[in-house]
Design a protein around this ligand. Sequence first.
Ligand SMILES: [Zn+2]
Length: 152
Amino acid sequence: MDAHTALQHTLISLLWSPMERTIDTVISAQGLDATAGTARIHELTEQEKTSRARKAAGACVAIGVVSLAIPLVHFVLPWFMLIVASVVYKKVSQQSAVLMEATGPCPKCGATMSIEEQTLEWPIEWNCQGCRKSTSMMPAESSAETAEPSAE
Ligand SMILES: [Zn+2]
């Protein structure tokens, strides 16, 4: 490997975060043929999980603290927000990935759907902006095992 190639590899590894990957997805909608899309996923590190959870719980605590200034409300809300904060902390720290963006053609009208950044939870339920059809997106690699349509 010459110096040029080595430099290129270093640059690519710096720019291309190993925590982020693009996967193929299957977009399905009831009664229609599934289409193929892609999703960009950011896997959270332990550090990121903790800092996200702290921020979310901190926001709850902040609301509780602010509510101390409100008559009557301050008897209940601060305690309630402490409970909410602990629940939120647990929930957020369990989230392991964030969906950065996902795109693909709508199974009904064919319009390109783009899904904004959100916490990743499969399947991703999404209404087409064009035709309001509700669709659900699943990773393509696991679709082999979970292809059986649920009897609904
Ligand atoms: Zn559509």
